[in-house]
Design a protein around this ligand. Structure first.
Ligand SMILES: [Zn+2]
Length: 250
């Protein structure tokens, strides 16, 4: 019952995140502008804005111009809904931590899609993340909070070096800022695990893209999505994987 409600809530928030993703890179007003079709500019009525349902009923097409709507819309809504339900299993839904968790999850999703589409990571999203981490860090200090700061600065310094060496061609400066926040979020050893997964999946994706000739050696693929995949993996499996990993060497 409560999961159903949280899922619906996630769908609605996911729908809003789609608006943020579409408008933020273009500097458009996120709140005070009615939703419209990207193709024919028609303003959408309330029944065209129901998450997932409208998309399915309209067969993924705009009602007026019949342009094909992006799968990003229903997918984003569902992924947000599922994420919120999973987080509600981990945190008490009436707690500040749950609010912080769904907020951080939402920001990660927005950064993921915007970086994938535009190869930029908006500073506003990074500042919001930093703000949440500082507030949570002060309100709910953990014994290893110092390690989180060290992990953030360490990961940031490492990526800053990579950025200098590759002269901004391998990585964007947005990635440098993002890893500082990932370090603050995961601490140690989570950050190491996240970066390992990011480089591994990034390399695999790069090879696949080259083989299928979608990318040349020099073309850039956004690294932010891989960093966030690594972060999610570290958050979910980090502790157990780290024990298994260390067990191999001891
Ligand atoms: Zn249209």
């Amino acid at each position: 019952m409560i999961s159903g409600f949280i899922f619906l809530f996630g769908l609605v928030i996911g729908s809003f995140l789609n608006v943020v993703i579409d408008r933020l890179p273009h500097g458009e007003n996120i709140i005070w502008k009615p939703s419209h079709c990207d193709f024919c500019k028609k303003h959408l009525r309330w029944f065209e804005l129901v998450p997932v349902i409208s998309f399915l009923f309209q067969g993924g097409l705009c009602r007026r111009c019949h342009a094909r709507l992006s799968w990003q819309y229903p997918m984003m809504e569902v992924v947000t809904g599922i994420g919120f339900v999973l987080l509600s299993r981990q945190f008490d839904v009436a707690s500040v931590m749950f609010l912080a968790a769904i907020f951080v999850y939402s920001l990660f999703l927005v950064i993921f899609v915007i970086d994938l589409k535009h190869q930029i990571i908006p500073d506003s999203m990074l500042l919001l993340l930093l703000f949440v981490f500082i507030i949570v860090g002060i309100a709910f200090p953990t014994p290893d909070r110092f390690l989180h700061v060290v992990a953030g600065l360490g990961a940031g310094a490492f990526f800053f070096l990579l950025w200098l060496i590759t002269r901004g061609k391998g990585l964007g400066f947005g990635d440098v800022k993002l890893v500082v926040l990932i370090g603050l979020f995961l601490g140690y050893p989570g950050t190491v695990f996240a970066l390992y997964i990011a480089f591994l999946t990034g390399a695999i994706a790069g090879v696949i893209l080259m083989i299928t000739k979608h990318a040349k050696m020099k073309s850039r693929i956004a690294f932010g999505p891989f960093l966030l995949l690594g972060t999610l993996s570290a958050y979910v499996w980090g502790d157990s994987m780290w024990r298994w990993w260390m067990g191999l060497f001891i």
